[in-house]
Design a protein around this ligand. Structure first.
Ligand SMILES: [Zn+2]
Ligand SMILES: [Zn+2]
Length: 132
């Protein structure tokens, strides 16, 4: 019962130099602290793109500022918290034209998203879940 817990505390100092997470897509690793914060923020955004090898299926990707897709993008915005993934590629063009592609709608629903009651927009899983 008296054995001291050792080893764990020593690593606390390393936290001062926040570990910069490399981008999972292009491997870009921020050097400056400010850039590291920005990149962490960028990597929280989920991008939905159609799987090139499997049309009709979505791939979830994460991008840093360096490798973000430059083409068409369509953000899915939760009506309550304004959070949500970004659709990219031809699916985004379709969504921007006014018709959310069924593959995207299906993926959102599978993730726990719900269509707003008045049919205008979506509510994310966190906000759709009844409180408590
Ligand atoms: Zn990247
Ligand atoms: Zn929400």
């Amino acid at each position: 019962m008296t054995a001291p817990v050792r080893g764990r505390r020593r690593t606390a100092r390393a936290a001062a130099h926040r570990r910069a997470r490399p981008c999972p897509t292009c491997g870009h690793t921020p050097i400056a602290a400010a850039e590291a914060i920005e990149q962490r923020h960028d990597l929280q955004v989920v991008w939905l793109t159609e799987t090139p090898t499997a049309p009709g299926h979505l791939t979830t990707r994460r991008f840093c500022a360096e490798c973000q897709p430059r083409g068409a993008v369509y953000p899915i915005v939760c009506r309550i918290c304004a959070d949500g993934p970004i659709v990219t590629g031809p699916l985004a063009e379709q969504a921007a034209a006014g018709e959310l592609p069924p593959v995207v709608a299906d993926a959102l629903t599978a993730d726990g998203w719900r269509q707003a009651r008045d049919g205008d927009g979506w509510v994310c899983p966190r906000c759709a879940r009844p409180a408590g």
